[in-house]
Ligand binder design. Structure first.
Ligand code: AKG
Length: 235
């Protein structure tokens, strides 16, 4: 991994594509852990730590997986991952959460355009998400799109979105013709800054599009009272 080159691109564009951050062998281990999590942990989760799709049976998101299962807490500690994240957040990384965006076949719902810091409410906004493709990501199964460089313009207003699992979306419409849509192989990762605008399409295919997310902030980040007040109003 060429960390200085990745850091330069991250600084300019607010998102980077890291091919094969995890090997196919590691992805197979993550798949097994996700299956075990679904079988053994999901049935006992508190309602706040799981979101279902509209069909009522398919899981849309799992939150706080690192709290419920040490295997996922451990996944955040890999040496190469820690070195990259330390560079990108500009300090010692703190895990904010391990999450899944399962985007199941046919029923996986869209994610409205948003900035993650509308939820995180941090200053400085030195936080990011490492989004790891567990499945192949295609045009049809709900890829993520990014507005590159949007992190440089700071926080934008958000309003209630009505979407379970993504309660807030950008108040202003995004020109989706300008979105950068990234197709991925299993093991590839997208790393985005918490102010980079992004969104994803619904899954209209027969193939699942599961992403496993690890969210980090720099230890120096503090709660931003203005963003917190906005969140309380909009969520
Ligand atoms: O997985 C997706 O479709 C969206 C992910 C997302 O919104 C995020 O990483 O903050």
């Amino acid at each position: 991994m060429n960390i200085p080159a990745l850091a330069k691109q991250y600084g300019e564009e607010g998102v980077i594509h890291v091919e094969q951050l995890f090997s196919l062998v590691e992805i197979e281990e993550i798949r097994e852990a996700l299956k075990r999590y679904a079988d053994e942990v999901v049935p006992g989760l508190p309602p706040n730590d799981i979101v279902m799709e509209a069909d009522g049976v398919s899981v849309r998101n799992c939150w706080r997986m690192e709290v419920h299962d040490p295997w996922f807490a451990n996944l955040t500690k890999g040496e190469a991952l820690q070195a990259l994240v330390t560079h990108l957040v500009g300090g010692e990384p703190v895990v904010m959460g391990v999450e899944s965006f399962n985007k199941p076949a046919r029923v996986g719902s869209a994610v409205p355009p948003h900035q993650d810091n509308a939820y995180f409410c941090l200053t400085p906004p030195d936080a990011l998400t490492v989004w790891v493709a567990i499945d192949e990501v295609t045009e049809a199964n709900g890829p993520i799109s990014y507005v590159r460089g949007s992190h440089l313009d700071g926080a934008r207003p958000h309003v209630q979105s009505g979407v379970a699992g993504n309660s807030m979306g950008l108040a202003e419409a995004v020109n989706k013709d300008e979105g950068w849509t990234v197709l991925l192989k299993p093991g590839d990762a997208l790393i985005h800054h918490c102010n980079t605008i992004h969104y994803s399409a619904p899954n209209t295919s027969d193939a699942s599009r599961c992403g496993l997310l690890m969210v980090f902030r720099g230890v120096h980040c503090q709660p931003d009272p203005t963003l917190r007040a906005d969140y309380a109003l909009a969520k």
